[in-house]
Design a protein around this ligand. Structure first.
Ligand SMILES: Cc1cc2nc3c(=O)[nH]c(=O)nc-3n(C[C@H](O)[C@H](O)[C@H](O)COP(=O)(O)O)c2cc1C
Length: 204
């Protein structure tokens, strides 16, 4: 029986990464982990959101999803991030949140978190891998342990095969172009299992 606490932290403007977060949560729960889905607070000006009906609708549809806090980071043994690419990097909304973690980092409270990341973009070569790697750079500064999926499951070969973390191409209407559900569930299970091993190991 798992005693891992796992936070799935996502940012999404139009729903793709929210769906990916839900699949990750399902996968992690299958290991017995205690799972929370948490959204990164929206920081974009209302005028920008109002210009995009899909963004406005998604914000409204997810208004009851709890926003991530620093306490959630302390609580979690494992964290799975899911964010869309923004010019090959993480969205500013996530960066703003990450930039509030200095205090926890200073106290050593982010060390040994087991982390994994996912992403999406409009183009297959539009920055999916790069976005995940940019996020992992911050994770190395935390002293976190990155549990990338690699090619540890057959699902990697039918989902686009991003070894750094699952990612999906999404068209302008929001349709995912690759079938990533099974691969995401595998990534989540693996993250929870690595976290269990680390947690056990650290207890000595
Ligand atoms: C400011 C901005 C920058 C973006 N940059 C890229 C990019 O560099 N490459 C790309 O393929 N898609 C890019 N996109 C498309 C988003 O990645 C896409 O809308 C997102 O993956 C959808 O995820 P969501 O439904 O969870 O919001 C960008 C979108 C925005 C708004």
């Amino acid at each position: 029986m798992s005693d891992v606490k796992l936070a799935v932290i996502y940012y999404s403007s139009t729903g793709t990464n929210y769906q990916m977060a839900q699949w990750a949560a399902e996968g992690a729960r299958e290991t017995g982990a205690e799972v929370k889905i948490l959204k990164v607070p929206e920081t974009a000006p209302e005028a920008a959101i109002a210009q995009n009906p899909a963004w406005k609708a998604h914000l409204e549809a997810t208004k009851d999803v709890p926003e991530v806090t620093l306490e959630d980071l302390e609580w979690a043994d494992a964290i799975i991030f899911s964010v869309p690419t923004r010019f090959g990097n993480v969205p500013s909304q996530l960066k703003s949140f990450l930039d509030t973690t200095g205090g926890l980092w200073f106290q050593g409270k982010l060390a040994n978190k087991v982390v994994s990341a996912m992403s999406s973009a409009n183009n297959p070569h539009g920055g999916q891998e790069q976005t995940i790697l940019q996020l992992y750079t911050t994770m190395y500064h935390w002293g976190a342990i990155v549990a990338a999926p690699g090619y540890t499951d057959q699902s990697a070969f039918t989902s686009g095969g991003n070894p750094y973390g699952n990612s999906v191409t999404v068209d302008q209407e929001g349709n995912m172009q690759e079938d990533v559900e099974v691969a995401i569930k595998h990534q989540a299970k693996r993250t929870a299992q690595v976290a269990q091993a680390v947690k056990q190991g650290l207890k000595g």
